[in-house]
Ligand binder design. Sequence first.
Ligand SMILES: [Zn+2]
Ligand SMILES: [Zn+2]
Length: 212
Amino acid sequence: MLQYRTVPVTAFQQNCSIVWCDQTREAAVIDPGGDLPRILAAIDELDVAPRLILLTHAHIDHAGAAGQMARELALPIVGPHEGDRFWIEALQQQAAMFGFPPAEPFMPVRWLQDGDTVAVGRSTLAVRHCPGHTPGHVVFHSAEARRAFVGDVLFAGSIGRTDFPGGDMQTLLDSIRDRLWPMGDDTVFITGHGPESSFGEERRHNPFVRGT
Ligand SMILES: [Zn+2]
Ligand SMILES: [Zn+2]
């Protein structure tokens, strides 16, 4: 079964998630946006073996430490979808704009597509392409654990911003309805910022997506 621990990083309190297979203790690190020492301390404490870095999208608070972590631990960076290539190429400008420390440049070894799967030990994450917040945003779904790691697509009580370049509100709402809701109302989602919630809870109470 897939296990996980979330470590809030950066001034934006972005939820970096360490996910691992409890049979092999092999792990993936989703969205190492910054504060690398804190992420490494959690990996040590959990006693898991990181095998890859996964990115939901390439905003600086999600991807800022990916390059350094990949180099220091010799890990491949997988994702997001190629629609976010321009955000990766603009990593330095993003760091300057948002007051982040300089970010080490990188390119993923593999872009992800809707319907792809990623192995973490003996567990599998299914990839859904969920554009709208960014064009290349993906989410990672563990059907067995009934968990989804959704980055900045959906928050408890809110949805992702769509006023950045490449963002689009209707596209985001379509992604949520067509690609998140089918995972089931009882699926708990780990969001990019703030507390966990379930899709059922959001369908009932989130004013942006209520009743969809
Ligand atoms: Zn974002
Ligand atoms: Zn974010």
